[in-house]
Design a protein around this ligand. Structure first.
Ligand SMILES: [Zn+2]
Ligand SMILES: [Zn+2]
Length: 110
């Protein structure tokens, strides 16, 4: 069964300097404004319009580069997402799902 969690992380685009700003937040799909998720198939998608694609296909814009959608470095993405593990309560289901996703992301790097 595929499990989803809300995508919650700081901007993973290091070429704009964003990775230095540890300021995690939720992400919105540019096309419709819906909340984004990441799932245990390592796909990212939008709850509202149901569009989804592999995590490596997405690009990101944030308040530092609002009109520039940039591809992230895969390792920066992993690092930023990994930092949010500690923000979940130890016994939360979301934390367990996020750990599962991180393990699959690591595998998909190689
Ligand atoms: Zn959408
Ligand atoms: Zn950014």
């Amino acid at each position: 069964m595929v499990q989803k969690i809300d995508l919650y992380m700081s901007c993973p685009v290091s070429r704009t300097g964003c990775i230095k700003y540890e300021n995690p937040g939720y992400w919105e799909h540019a096309d419709c404004g819906g909340r984004m998720y990441i799932d245990t198939d390592t796909d990212m998608g939008c709850y509202r319009c149901n569009y989804w694609s592999n995590w490596k296909n997405w690009s990101f814009a944030c308040s530092r580069h609002p009109l520039r959608y940039e591809h992230m470095d895969d390792r920066d993405f992993l690092k930023n997402l990994g930092l949010t593990v500690n923000l979940y309560p130890a016994n939360s289901n979301d934390k367990a799902v996020l750990k599962k996703i991180l393990e699959k992301l690591v595998v998909s790097l190689f």
